[in-house]
Ligand binder design. Structure first.
Ligand code: V47
Ligand code: SF4
Length: 397
């Protein structure tokens, strides 16, 4: 049965409650659901119901296509002036012995090591420290682009931009324009956490507010540029805080159309100040992907970050609204392994990733950052496996 037949059968089910039936009919008609309906889905809808709706939307938008990209990460430092309670990664400045601080040369060395690799993107994000200021990042981005012009620079979040622009005494619009001129090409989705002030205050005090996060993305979109959005869920927030978060994103997207992908990030509780908070179940994770797919009707893509949720859940998520499972990472990212993700050394070869997608009955596509097709892997025959390489990290100052 096709996704639309599944939805029709569901709507005809005489046991379906009137409120859920009305939501299903809206989805079938391509209509937007309301804030209250979003909350109702979280409170009342079963996983199987959500799966039918989310898969219907996913297949309307993308059929079976499932995207991934080949990128590498640079994490300039794990020291941070902020102290987010959920963060297993950052070490306060006073705990310097646990930390690393890469110099400009260290970071350029990482880029150089990928010279012969078919990667299309470098993803740069880490802690916030005074020496990583606006001139530092302007120089870094422009030197990366000089070295490898076709490598897409996806870097930093409003958390860093708010901090470095304040220090440089420039407003958001000027700051984002200058970063673009230095070689920045898109912004990852991090730092969003939960926008609602009372929750944000408890888990991510002092860093940019939800409104500031949204304003910085808006300025970036006004320059014709694209970005992603995340939501850190499954901690102290309630369902309506998640819907409030997505509502703000949906409204901004209506104004700018600049978001590409929404990435729900499951809270992981290892080695952080919120370790007493239980993690969400896989069922809850899949429900959350599905509701995000249904609520964010104006977002093209929903991404599951496989390194964080395990390969099996990533496969399952492809039936619950997800059409992107990020990239072939190597071990240059530590954010997740340090927070207790299943993948302690996140790496998957292109062949592994392609097989993972095919085994879930989907059609694997390698994309670039802006979702242009790089390679269609559906009928691709691998003559040799394209493995990610493990590089020794540069010496830390
Ligand atoms: O903002 C930190 C999250 C984010 C934990 O745009 C945690 O393509 C769960 O945004 N449990 C940064 N999450 C990573 C990020 C990202 C990742 C992959 C792709 C993209 C993209 C963006 O990581 C932070 C924070 O929300 N995070 N600690 C934790 N304990
Ligand atoms: Fe710093 Fe980011 Fe960790 Fe918060 S989440 S403490 S801003 S590294």
């Amino acid at each position: 049965m096709e996704a639309d037949d599944h939805l029709s059968v569901l709507i005809q089910n005489p046991h379906l409650s009137a409120d859920l039936k009305s939501i299903a009919q809206k989805v079938q008609a391509g209509e937007r659901i309301t804030f209250e309906e979003g909350v109702l889905l979280y409170e009342k809808a079963e996983l199987s119901f959500l799966g039918v709706l989310a898969n219907y939307i996913r297949e309307k938008k993308h059929g079976d296509l499932t995207y991934f990209n080949r990128n590498f990460h640079i994490e300039p430092t794990n020291l941070c002036v902020y102290d987010c309670k959920f963060c297993s990664y950052s070490r306060l400045i006073k705990q310097r012995e646990d930390g690393w601080e890469y110099s400009m040369e260290d970071m350029l060395n990482i880029v150089r090591k990928y010279d012969d690799e078919p990667v299309t993107e470098v993803h740069i994000v880490g802690g916030v420290l005074p020496q990583y200021d606006m001139p530092f990042y302007q120089e870094l981005f422009s030197r990366i682009k000089q070295r490898r012009p076709e490598l897409h620079v996806k870097a930093l979040t409003p958390v860093e931009y708010h901090y470095i622009f304040k220090k440089a005494k420039v407003d958001y619009a000027t700051g984002m324009r200058l970063m673009k001129e230095s070689g920045l090409e898109s912004m990852p989705g991090g730092g969003a956490e939960i926008f609602y002030p009372e929750i944000r205050e408890q888990i991510a005090k002092d860093k940019c507010t939800g409104d500031q996060w949204l304003q910085i993305h808006e300025e970036w979109h006004k320059l014709g540029m694209r970005s992603n959005a995340t939501m850190l869920y499954g901690h102290i927030e309630q369902y309506w805080h998640r819907v409030d978060h997505m509502e703000h994103l949906r409204q901004l997207q209506d104004r700018t159309g600049g978001f590409q992908t929404f990435i729900p990030l499951k809270f992981r509780n290892k080695d952080n100040q919120m370790s007493a908070v239980a993690e969400s179940s896989v069922v809850e994770d899949l429900r959350n992907y599905a509701i995000a797919r249904i609520y964010l009707d104006n977002f093209d893509h929903i991404k599951a970050y496989w390194a964080m949720i395990s390969r099996t859940t990533a496969q399952l998520s492809l039936n619950f609204g997800v059409d992107d499972i990020d990239g072939t990472l190597d071990d240059t990212t530590k954010i997740y392994s340090m927070a207790g993700a299943e993948e302690q050394r996140p790496a998957m070869s292109t062949k592994d990733l392609v097989e993972l997608i095919k085994n879930a009955g989907r059609h694997p596509i390698e994309r670039d950052t802006l979702y242009h097709i790089v390679t269609d892997y559906n009928n691709y025959v691998f003559t040799e496996d394209i493995k990610p390489r493990f590089y020794p990290l540069p010496v830390i100052n």
